[in-house]
Design a protein around this ligand. Structure first.
Ligand SMILES: [Zn+2]
Length: 102
């Protein structure tokens, strides 16, 4: 009796497709592009540079959004009356006040 073999896709194939999508390489036609070595290298380099630029732009936007959220959350109203520290929450102010008064 021969055990049935399962066909398991190799690890990382989805990662490769994901990276090719990020690099603006068509995942359905990449094999024909790869037959021409120079075209493949050129597409890879250009795609990686574009993907890296997009990634950096997303990081900058994410950081700006995070800073915006922090600056808008400073006006919480939970400020210590002794040292003017903003504790961002009622429980935080309660815990801080216990240490600040003693
Ligand atoms: Zn305080």
């Amino acid at each position: 009796m021969v055990p049935e073999l399962k066909v398991v896709p190799p690890l990382g194939i989805d990662t490769c497709k994901h990276d090719m999508r990020d690099a603006n390489i068509n995942i359905n036609t990449w094999e024909s592009l790869a037959e021409d070595h120079r075209a493949w290298k050129s597409a890879g380099r250009g795609g990686v540079e574009g993907a890296e630029a997009d990634r950096m732009e997303q990081l900058v936007q994410k950081g700006a959004k995070r800073k915006e959220n922090i600056s808008s959350s400073t006006a919480t109203g939970f400020v210590c009356s002794t040292c003017s520290r903003d504790c961002h929450s009622r429980i935080g102010l309660h815990c801080h006040t216990r240490k600040c008064y003693t």
